[in-house]
Each structure stands twice: as structure tokens, then as C-alpha cells.
Write a protein that binds this ligand. Structure first.
Ligand SMILES: [Zn+2]
Length: 172
């Protein structure tokens, strides 16, 4: 598979990650799947607050992730389930679907962590922005293989005008 996105999408994720620093930033990738070419196209970037909090950590610790209890927003992100539902609903209305997740790694590589792997969905693209001292230094895209291991997923940069042509259903 490959993920098609624009330079503007990349810059917006980098800016969002810088704003969230030293915490992890996160967001949802909304777009389309093309089964015939196995390509995903990013149409809309939904940038979110990192909702990681003590109660989320406690719930995950209870569900068999004891290391979660000690983690903070600097090392983990959480997407509020209400935001996820709202994004899903809006995407459906627009004839789109959630195709992936973006998050940042403050002062760490743009490589998925074990926690990222455990929580990942098989068809999604996972974009990770590495941010050091508040500056985005790397951006990588990952997808799970059949063994639930992350592999790099190629990104194709589309001209901004081409991306607009792909969203006739969107009014904005
Ligand atoms: Zn991560």
C-alpha cells in the first residue's frame, strides 16, 4: 500500500507536533481507500488534543499494560473516543473514512513504540513526527504487516490542486 498526501498536510502535522511539544501531539487521517491500486489518499487532517490522562493510564494498566500507569503525555497519546466517533460520523457524511493516525515522538525517533504496535489497526497508516527541542526533524509513515509488525509504508506527495480535485463532496 501507499499513502498519498500533500506537502501542506505534512507541514500542518509538523506545526501541530511543535505546538504540542514537549507532549505528544495526535490526530486522525481522513480520506479514501482505493482497493484496486491499494492506495490511500489523505483528504482531511483532523488535529486533536492529546487526551492521555491518569484515568486512561489506569484503565490500560488494568487491561494488561502495567507500564501504562507510569506514562505521561510526553510519552503517550490518547484519542478521546468521543472525538473518534464524531470524526467517524463526519467522515461518513462526506463519503470518506478514517485511514490512519498521526502522532509525534518528542525527543525520540519517528519509529513506532511497542505500545503503538499493540494498539494499532491493520489497515491504518501511522504517521510519526519526530520532534527535537520543539523542531520537527523527521516524519515517517508505517503500516502493520500480516504478523502485526510495523513496516514502512511509502508516501506519495500529490500537488495540492490534485488533492482538492479528489474531494468534490466537501464544501470547505
Ligand atoms: Zn508512539
Amino acid at each position: 500500500m501507499a499513502l498519498i498526501l500533500t506537502q501542506e498536510h505534512i507541514e500542518r502535522m509538523q506545526a501541530h507536533a511543535a505546538q504540542a511539544y514537549p507532549h505528544e501531539g495526535c490526530g486522525l487521517l481522513v480520506g479514501t481507500f482505493a482497493p484496486e491500486t491499494e492506495e490511500k489518499s489523505l483528504v482531511k487532517l483532523v488535529l486533536l488534543e492529546n487526551a492521555w490522562a491518569a484515568d486512561v493510564a489506569a484503565a490500560l494498566a488494568e487491561r494488561g499494560q502495567p507500564q501504562a500507569a507510569a506514562m505521561t503525555k510526553a510519552r503517550r497519546y490518547w484519542i478521546d473516543p468521543q472525538e473518534l466517533l464524531a470524526t467517524q460520523r463526519q467522515a461518513r457524511e462526506d463519503g470518506l473514512s478514517i485511514i490512519g493516525v498521526y502522532h509525534s515522538h518528542p525527543n525520540a525517533e519517528a519509529v513506532p513504540s511497542e505500545c503503538d504496535r499493540e494498539l494499532a489497526w491493520s489497515t491504518y497508516s501511522y504517521i510519526i513526527v519526530s520532534i527535537r527541542n520543539g523542531i520537527a526533524v523527521d516524519l515517517q509513515n508505517w503500516q502493520l504487516d500480516n504478523n502485526h509488525q510495523f513496516q514502512p509504508e511509502p508516501m506519495k506527495i500529490a500537488p495540492a490542486s490534485a488533492a482538492r480535485d479528489r474531494m468534490p463532496l466537501l464544501s470547505s
